[in-house]
Design a protein around this ligand. Structure first.
Ligand code: ADP
Length: 233
């Protein structure tokens, strides 16, 4: 089943920059896909369209059967509920514990405490951080903070986990650990994962599908791809 289907998609920003041009692709349920490309090639724009942070100028972007290009603003929260999103900067709430940071998303949708607790514990177990649930973010390493963000993103059991440069601020060893956790989530929970990255070593090691963007155009789509970006900077 196709989880994502992008057809003839364009994104032209108000300043006239074409960030995405005639993009066509589909992603099946359960895939793990890297999105690579030089800085400015359109990776973030593509990722942002999936969770409707940006709206395509033309064409369609179906996520779980919903055309996000046509989705009313008032329905965007419904789409986001079905997605998990992990960013480069951790965006944890500093005054809340690890447990509370993960529980927060479920409280916000009105779930009862007795239902929240087992879900939060399970999500923290999935990222190997159950023993740190009473810690505060500033008591954790960068890698641990990113693991909390992953737990927060998967706690509502989304079908799709979107990661925008999740290892961008982390050392190589820790980055490998983070991607290992994402790989485990993909294999064990069946979560579809889309990850934009600059990390050559990780892409080459994982041998997953790789989408290459070049100036907003899909320049490569390789089933067991490697990192082939020629950075000019
Ligand atoms: P990447 O994530 O690969 O670095 P982006 O999607 O951020 O690429 O950017 C693609 C192009 O769109 C770049 O030329 C960038 O300058 C431009 N761009 C990105 N966001 C905006 C915006 N909000 N307004 C105008 N131009 C933008």
């Amino acid at each position: 089943m196709k989880l994502i289907e992008v057809k003839n998609c364009y994104k032209v920003y108000n300043n006239g920059v074409t960030a995405i041009a005639d993009l066509n692709l589909s992603i099946e349920k359960g895939e793990f896909v890297f999105v690579i490309g030089a800085s400015g090639s359109g990776k973030s724009t593509f990722i942002k369209m999936l969770y409707r942070e940006e709206k395509p100028t033309n064409g369609s972007v179906f996520v779980g059967g919903i055309n996000v290009a046509k989705l009313r603003n008032s329905k965007v929260f419904k789409l986001r509920r079905k997605l998990g999103i992990v960013f480069q900067d951790f965006k944890l709430l500093p005054k809340l514990t690890v447990y509370e940071n993960v529980a927060f998303a479920l409280e916000a949708i009105g779930m009862h405490n007795k239902d929240i607790r087992p879900k939060v514990i399970k999500a923290l177990e999935n990222v190997g951080l159950k023993d740190k649930m009473r810690s505060f973010p500033n008591q954790l390493s960068g890698g641990e903070q990113q693991r909390v963000c992953i737990a927060r993103a998967i706690v509502n059991e989304p079908r799709l986990l979107i990661c925008d440069e999740p290892t961008g601020n982390l050392d190589p060893d820790i980055s490998r650990e983070i991607v290992g956790i994402l790989d485990k989530i993909n294999r064990e929970l069946g979560t579809t994962i889309i990850m934009a990255t600059h990390d050559r070593d990780i892409v080459n090691k994982m041998k997953k599908r790789v989408l290459l963007l070049d100036n907003g155009v899909l320049a490569g789509d390789d089933k067991k791809g490697s990192y082939v970006v020629h950075e000019s900077n």
